[in-house]
Design a protein around this ligand. Structure first.
Ligand SMILES: Cc1ncc(COP(=O)(O)O)c(C=O)c1O
Length: 356
C-alpha cells in the first residue's frame, strides 16, 4: 500500500497471467497459445500495413475488420465489437453491462479467473454458482426465479480451466429464462470442437459471445478480441470504449486480423491439428494414470490420483516444461496443459513418465 494509491486501487486483486519466461529450449504449455504461428497471409498483410500510413490514427471503428467478422459469422457489422484482446472486450462487458446497483452477477465458481478481477475493478457483486461434482454447469442455478434480478450472467464455453463444453440447448434454456439480462458466453476456445452460441442469437437478443484471435488463430501477441451480440448490447460496449480509448486496435492489427479471418483453409487446418494432438495427448496421459476431463479446448485438465499437482508442475519445470497449476480449492489437484504439437505432447509425456 502506498500513500499515493486510492482505496479502490488498494482493494484490487489483479489477475496473474501465465509466465512468459525467455528460457532457451523451453516448452511452453502454460498459456494456451497455438504452436503454429499465424496464417502467412496475416503476417504478409501486417508487413504490407507497416508503412508511412502509420502516421495516421487507425480507423477507430475498425470498420473493415468488423465487416469481415460479420460476414464470417453471418451477422451484421453493427453486431460486432472489436477490442485489444478479448480481455479488454470482457472488461467493457463488466463495465457496460454488469454494473447494476444491488444486483449480483451470476457465474460459475470455477471459471476464467479474470472475471473475479473485473468484479473487483468495477464493483460488481457476484454470486458464484458451484459447478457440479463432474465440473459441469448446473443449468438450474441460472434458470430459477430469484427475488432480485441478477445483473447478468457470464460463463466460458468451453469452460476454463476445465475444457468442458456445454450444449447449445442448455445455453438456450439459460437465455430463455433471463430475457432481461445479458448472458455472455466467452467462446475463447470454441473453435476446438464446441458449438458457438452465435446461432442462438436470432431468437435471443440477450446473448452475446466473446471470441479471441489468441488461441485458434495463433495471434496472442497481436491482441485482438471481439464480441458478437445484438446492436443494443454492442452499443453499450462502444459507449464504454469511446469513454476510455477510441483506438484499441492499431492499423497493423486490423490488417492482420482481416487477413487471418480470410484464410479459412489455414484456420481449419490449425484447429484440426490441435484436435488431433489433443486426442493423442489424452490417450498418453491416461496411460500414465492421469484422469483427464473431457476437453473441447486447446488444453486438457488432468489430475494424477497418486501425485501432488504442484510437485508435478515443479518437476516439469525442472525439465524446462511449463504447465499451469492453480492453487484454488477444487482444482488444485489438476494441471492445465496446453495442447501443442505432437512432438510437444511426446516430450511432455516422456517428462511425466519420469515423475509418476
Ligand atoms: C476463457 C478466456 N477468455 C478470455 C481470455 C483472454 O484472451 P485474450 O485477451 O488473449 O483475447 C482467455 C485467455 O487465456 C481465456 O482463457
Amino acid at each position: 500500500m502506498s500513500r499515493f494509491w486510492s482505496d479502490h486501487v488498494a482493494g484490487l486483486a489483479p489477475y496473474v497471467p501465465g509466465e512468459q519466461p525467455k528460457i532457451l529450449d523451453l516448452l511452453k504449455l502454460n498459456t494456451n497459445e497455438h504452436p503454429w504461428g499465424p496464417s502467412p497471409l496475416a503476417i504478409k498483410a501486417m508487413h504490407d500495413a507497416a508503412d508511412e500510413r502509420l502516421r495516421l490514427y487507425p480507423d477507430p471503428e475498425s470498420t473493415a475488420l468488423r465487416e469481415t467478422l460479420a460476414r464470417h459469422h453471418g451477422v451484421q457489422p453493427e453486431q460486432v465489437f472489436v477490442g485489444n484482446g478479448s480481455d479488454e472486450v470482457l472488461a467493457h462487458v463488466f463495465n457496460g453491462l454488469f454494473r447494476h446497483a444491488g444486483r449480483p452477477l451470476l457465474m460459475p465458481d470455477i471459471t476464467y479467473s479474470f472475471y473475479k478481477t473485473y468484479c473487483r475493478l468495477f464493483d460488481v457483486p457476484v454470486e458464484l454458482q458451484p459447478l457440479a461434482h463432474d465440473f459441469s454447469i448446473d443449468v438450474g442455478d441460472y434458470t430459477r426465479k430469484r427475488d432480485v434480478l441478477p445483473a447478468g450472467i457470464i460463463f466460458a464455453n468451453p469452460n476454463a480451466p476445465t475444457g468442458i463444453a456445454m450444449g447449445l440447448d442448455l445455453i438456450r434454456d439459460i437465455a430463455r429464462a433471463n430475457p432481461d439480462i445479458a448472458v455472455i458466453v466467452d467462446e475463447a476456445y470454441v473453435d476446438f470442437g464446441a458449438d458457438s452460441a452465435v446461432s442462438l442469437m436470432a431468437g435471443h437478443d440477450n446473448i452475446a459471445v466473446i471470441h479471441t484471435f489468441s488461441k485458434s488463430r495463433s495471434l496472442a501477441g497481436l491482441r485482438v478480441g471481439y464480441a458478437i451480440g445484438s446492436p443494443e448490447i454492442i452499443q453499450a460496449l462502444v459507449r464504454v470504449k469511446d469513454s476510455f480509448n477510441s483506438y484499441p486496435l492499431d492499423t497493423v492489427a486490423q490488417a492482420g486480423a482481416i487477413a487471418s479471418i480470410n484464410d479459412h483453409d489455414y484456420f481449419r487446418r490449425a484447429c484440426q491439428a490441435i484436435i488431433d494432438a489433443r486426442e493423442v495427448l489424452v490417450t498418453d496421459l491416461t496411460a500414465l494414470g492421469f484422469q483427464v476431463l473431457p476437453s473441447q479446448a486447446n488444453f486438457v485438465f488432468a489430475r494424477h490420483p497418486a501425485h501432488d499437482a504442484s510437485v508435478l508442475a515443479q518437476g516439469l519445470r525442472e525439465q524446462r516444461i511449463l504447465v499451469r497449476h492453480f492453487s484454488q480449492p477444487r482444482v488444485n489437484e489438476f494441471l492445465r496443459i496446453t495442447v501443442g504439437t505432437p512432438q510437444a505432447g511426446e516430450r511432455l509425456c516422456q517428462a511425466l513418465a519420469t515423475l509418476v
